[in-house]
Design a protein. Structure first.
Length: 341
């Protein structure tokens, strides 16, 4: 078989580990050939390819980013998008596709599968919000980076008697905020799943300062105040209709300062959380996903996504994986609340 591989959506540490595993097992064990499509769905849409041989994937296991490039291109938003994708698969002699991505990339994969395109999905996102898999690779790395930042911020916050607000990624799900906040000993964790009350946050900050320790507030970029919109969105939409966020951390720091009289500063971790080398956990998970994805292709088991269930890698229908986002349940937030204030 000749198999196309693409990586779509926000990049994520571990993408290269998946590509390497797919190619190494695909060539070495099954004798398949590969072609890389550049920049997510933009690759098949414009016929933009690159060679994907064993030599091309040597040495990429620890490298962050993706050697294939990525984009948020949505072929269903383009005139004749599906026909163009089909056309470039045919032109390149591609029999099947492996799409590595999050809800948007895999949503496209699912729709293409519905139109008889042979495709297998691999879940990726630092947000860990894909349904049907216990964890996605990239999440552990992002949490580790955020935790290290929080550790460092504790000491400088103490020296200056400041409240420090750490804004982490997470548009619709607060997994990074929850895990990094728990691991880093944050005094308040705010997630998109539960609108926050500014008065309550200010009260936690004051209580923390009473203990003579400074306060660390971790806020997910998609968290919103219960009182209503604080004007946090830029209004721009991407090809999948997501609003670009930004500013909740800054606004929160201003409100905390105004309400408590304590100096408050914000640190926005942003894309640092997605950059650089993956952790051992993410390298292993990504590698296992890659090995199982090429097995699914070899067996012509189309329309599935590989997923982690407990410690096993299983296959689930793409439809199930993309049905709904996995958000933080109340009982997980309640565990963190014990440490608030
Ligand atoms: O989906 C992954 C993610 O990193 C989100 O956490 C974040 O909201 C978004 O991508 C940022 O997107 P961009 O790279 O387009 O700024």
């Amino acid at each position: 078989m000749r198999i196309g591989v693409l990586t779509g959506g926000g990049d994520c540490p571990g993408l290269n580990a998946v590509i390497r595993a797919v190619v190494r097992k695909g060539v070495g064990v099954y004798g398949h050939e590969f072609v890389g499509f550049r920049d997510g769905w933009r690759g098949p849409l414009y016929g933009d390819t690159m060679p994907l041989t064993v030599a091309a994937v040597r040495g990429i296991l620890p490298r962050g980013g993706t050697i294939l490039g990525s984009s948020r291109t949505n072929p269903f938003k383009e005139p004749d998008g599906v026909q163009r994708v089909r056309g470039s698969l045919a032109e390149n002699g591609v029999d099947a596709l492996i799409a590595i991505g999050g809800e948007d990339t895999l949503g496209v994969a699912k729709r293409l599968y519905d139109e008889q395109v042979p495709v297998v999905g691999v879940p990726k996102t630092i947000d860990n919000d894909l349904g049907a898999t216990d964890y996605t690779f990239g999440f552990d790395t992002a949490v580790g980076i955020a935790m290290e930042a929080i550790d460092r911020l504790h000491t400088t916050a103490e020296s200056h008697h400041r409240a420090l607000v750490v804004e982490v990624m997470g548009r619709h799900a607060g997994w990074i905020a929850l895990h990094a906040g728990l691991a880093g000993g944050a005094n308040v964790i705010l997630v998109p799943e539960r609108p926050f009350r500014i008065d309550e946050v200010a009260a936690y900050v004051e209580r923390r300062f009473e203990t003579k320790y400074a306060c660390i507030v971790v806020v997910a970029e998609g968290a919103t105040p219960a009182e209503g919109d604080m004007g946090l969105q830029t209004g721009e939409l991407d090809a999948f209709g997501h609003v670009r966020l930004g500013g909740v951390g800054q606004r929160l720091a201003e409100e905390i300062e105004a309400r408590t009289g304590k100096e408050a500063r914000v640190v926005v971790l942003g894309h640092i959380q997605r950059g650089g080398t993956p952790t051992a956990f993410d390298r292993v998970l990504a590698t296992r996903f890659g090995l199982h994805a090429i097995d699914a292709v070899h067996e012509r088991d189309w329309g599935v996504m590989v997923a982690l269930r407990g410690t096993d890698i299983v296959r689930v229908p793409l439809a199930e994986a993309t049905r709904e986002l996995k958000t933080v349940p109340d009982h997980r937030l309640a565990e963190a609340e014990v440490f608030f204030g």
